[in-house]
Design a protein around this ligand. Sequence first.
Ligand code: ADP
Ligand code: MG
Length: 616
Amino acid sequence: MSDIIQLLPDAVANQIAAGEVIQRPASVVKELVENAIDAGSSSITVRVKDAGKTYIQVVDNGRGMSENDARLCFERHATSKISEANDLFAIRTMGFRGEALASIAAIAEVTLKSRSSDNELGTIIRISGSKIEAQEKDSIPAGTNITVRNLFYNVPARRKFLKTDQTELRHIITEFNHTALAYPDIEFQLIHNSTQVFNLAAGNLKTRIAGIFGKQIQQNLINLETETSIVKITGFIGKPEYAKKTYGEQFLFVNHRFMRHPWFHKAVMKAYEQILPADHFPSYFLFFETDPSTIDINIHPTKTEIKFEDERSVWQILLAATREAIGKHNLSPSLDFSKEGIIDIPVLKKDQDITLPRENINRSFNPFENEGNTQYSGAIQRREAHRDWEKLYERKSNDDLTPGLGFRDPDETGQQQENGIRQEDNGIRQEARYLQMKGKYVLTPVKSGLMVIDQRRAHIRILYEQNLATLQKDSVNAQNTLFPETIELNTSDYKLCLELVDEIGKLGFEIRDFGHNCVIVHSIPANTAIHDIKSVIETLLEQYKNYASELKLDQHEKLARSTAIAAAIRYGKQLSIKEMQELVDQLFACSNPNTTPGGKAILNIVKLEDFEKHLA
Ligand code: ADP
Ligand code: MG
C-alpha cells in the first residue's frame, strides 16, 4: 500500500485551529482587546458593524509593534509573552498561546496598522486567509489598530452558524464587559454601527461598575476585602435587597482574568442563604489575586474555566469573606436575632389616614348548621349569609371584566373560602368541591379518590399551551397595565429583551424601548394577574437564557415555556373556589394535563382504596 498520510497545508491547519479560538465575532473582540491590554494601553476603542459580522476594529495606544513583529505576529505560536515551558506557571498577561492573530487571519480579511513610539514610521499589513497581501510603511499614530472584515468569509459553514445581530452583539457586550470590569483604570469605548454603546472613562472599580450597569447600582454595593497567604479577594457584593431574578451581574476574576467557577458561585450563594428569596441572585464583582503558579488557566481553550490548586481553602475564604461583608452591613439574619419576638410598631406619618384593620371573619359560618341546631338561628344565619354573598357578587361582577383566570389578591377573595365552605349562588350552604392546601395544592374529590393538583405547575401547563397557540395564530393576547411600568435591565438582558420584543408582544407583554437599558411595559398577558412586572420580565429572560443551550427547542417553544414559568401563579397564592375551579377546568382542557412542559408531574390521585386501607 502506498503512503496516504500527508501534512496539511498551513492555511488549512490554521483554519482548523481557528475553530478552537474564534467561535464568533465576540471571540475576535475578546482576543484583540486582550492583546491591547497586554500591550500596556491606557485607552482602547472597539468599533463593530453588523454585530461584528462584517467589521471589527480595535484601536489601542499601547506599545505597538516593530516591522518584524508586525509580520511575525500572524504566525502560529508567535508570542512575545512566553518563551519556555516554565513561563507557563507565571503568566500575568491575558494572552500567551500566540494563536489568536494567526487564527483570525486564517478566517477573515485583516488589516494591521502598528507603530511603536520609538519608530517614526509604522507598518501596515493586509492579510487574509493566512496570506499576506500587502505590506507598507506609513506615518500612523503610535499604538496598534487592527481591522477584521468579513469574518468566516472562507468558512461558509461557520458563517451560517452565526446568530442574529442582536445575539452576536450581546455576546460582544458580554466579552467587552468582562474586560472593562477587569481593568477599570483603562478607558474603553464600544461603538456599534455608529452608536456609542459604552464610553467608560478610566476610574475605579465602583465607577466602572456604574458605567456599565447604571448609576443606581452604586448605592447597592457592599465592599469586600480579605487577604490570606493563598489568595487575596477584593471587590463588591450586592446588597440582598438588590438581588435579582436574572442571572447576569455575577463576575469572578482571577489575576484580572474573567473566570467561570460554578463552585465559587455556590460559596457566594451560600453566604446569602436565608436572606434572599428563592431564585434570586445577588450581584457580585470579585477579584481574586493569587500566585499564577497556583492556578491552571489551561484547562479550557477559551480560558474562562480556571482550576485552583487549593480550591477547598479558597472556597472557605470566599464564603467567610462574603458572610463577613454582609454581616458588617448589618444585613445578615444572624445579627437580627435580637429582633425576634419584638412586634414592629409602624410609625404614623403626618397626614396619614388611619384605616381600621379589616376583619377576615366569615360571619355566616355556622359549624352546627348541618346538625340542624335551631331552626331560628339557622334562618338568620342564612339571611345574613345571603346578604354577604350579594355584596361579594356585586364586587366580583364589576371586577370580572377580563375573561379567564384573573387571579386576584388573597385579601380580595379570602372571605369566600374559609373552612372550605362557600355560599353557592342560591344561598344554600354546600360542601366545597375544591380545597387549597398550604397555598400550593388544590384538592378535589374525583371518582377514584382525591386528586391533588400542584397549582403553579397546573397554571404553567395552561399558560404554556395558550402561549403556543397564540404564537401560531399571530394574534395578541394582552391586557393593558393601569400604569405603564418602566424597568431597568442590565445591558445584556436589555438587548435580549429587545430581541424578543415582537414575540413576547404577541404573548401579551407589550414592551417598548426607552433607551439607556430601560424598557416600558404597557401590557401583560390577559389571563394573568401580575403585580411585580419587573420580576416577571426578569424571570422570563432568565428562563429564556436557561433554554438557550437546548438546541432541540425552537424559539416559540422556548418563549412559550419561559413566559408560562414567568407569569404562572406562585406558591402561596391564595385561590378562591372559583379560581380553583377555573384552574382545574382549564387544566383538563389541555392536551397534556399530567406534566409541565419540562416534564414535572402536575397531579396525583390518592386512591379511595388507600383511604380504606389506612382506615381499616
Ligand atoms: P498572544 O497574545 O497569545 O501572544 P496573539 O496571536 O494574540 O498571541 O498575538 C501575538 C503577538 O502579537 C503578541 O504576543 C504580541 O507580541 C503581538 N501583539 C498582538 N496584538 C498587539 C497589540 N495590540 N499591541 C502590541 N503587540 C501586539
Ligand atoms: Mg493574544
